[in-house]
Write a protein that binds this ligand. Structure first.
Ligand code: GRF
Length: 192
């Protein structure tokens, strides 16, 4: 079978998307291996998930770096040292510098809780409710220097119901994400 692409997942929090990627990549048929998890927050629950799965974890606390560029340079060094070829952002709550994004262009993907190009940025569920949208969903896309704007790899929508709240939209979007991200990673890794 074809070579499996060494992949890093970058997190800041819960890591439910990370968990979905870990589970998908357990299969030896999956075209990516989750070889490294990096968290910028020492208390991210996703660290526990990675450790439980036996995946190496690096904590890179952004508060210990003087600048965004210094943090991103350290991030790049770790990725290169681990032979990483593909990077998945999964709830990684930091803007990456243009230099880093350029360096990893074509090998850096993100998942976003909206139907991009609609609702870039934060608080997507509340904004979707406020606007009275009929549909919501999630998008996996290539990362470019413009926030949440790179080419779309995969997207899945669902219809809102009258009883939806921020909490139900978060749960419903999360369910979509945990299906969408592994499928998108499979597609991207198989094509590398
Ligand atoms: C997800 O909704 C993702 O789309 C967004 O942040 C959330 C992360 O959740 N970027 P988790 O850490 O994967 O549970």
């Amino acid at each position: 079978m074809a070579r499996r692409i060494p992949t890093a997942v970058l997190i800041s929090g819960q890591g439910s998307n990370l968990q979905a990627l870990i589970e998908a990549a357990r299969s030896s048929e999956f075209p990516a291996v989750i070889a490294l998890v990096i968290s910028n927050r020492p208390d991210a629950y996703g660290i526990v998930r990675a450790t439980d799965a036996g995946i190496p974890v690096q904590v890179l606390d952004h508060t210990q770096y003087a600048s965004r560029e210094a943090f991103d340079a350290a991030l790049d060094d770790i990725l290169v040292a681990h032979g990483i070829e593909l990077v998945c952002l999964a709830g990684f709550m930091r803007i990456l510098s243009d230099g880093f994004v350029g360096e990893w262009s074509g090998r850096l993907v993100n998942i976003h809780p909206s139907l991009l190009p609609a609702y870039k940025g934060l608080n997507t569920h509340a904004r979707v409710l406020e606007a009275g949208e009929k549909q919501h969903g999630a998008t996996v896309h290539w990362v470019t220097s413009e926030l949440d704007s790179g080419a779309i790899i995969a997207q899945e929508a669902f219809d809102l119901v009258a009883t939806d709240t921020v909490e139900t939209l978060q749960a419903r979007t999360g369910e979509v994400e945990r299906r969408l991200y592994p499928a998108a990673l499979q597609k991207v890794a198989a094509a590398l």
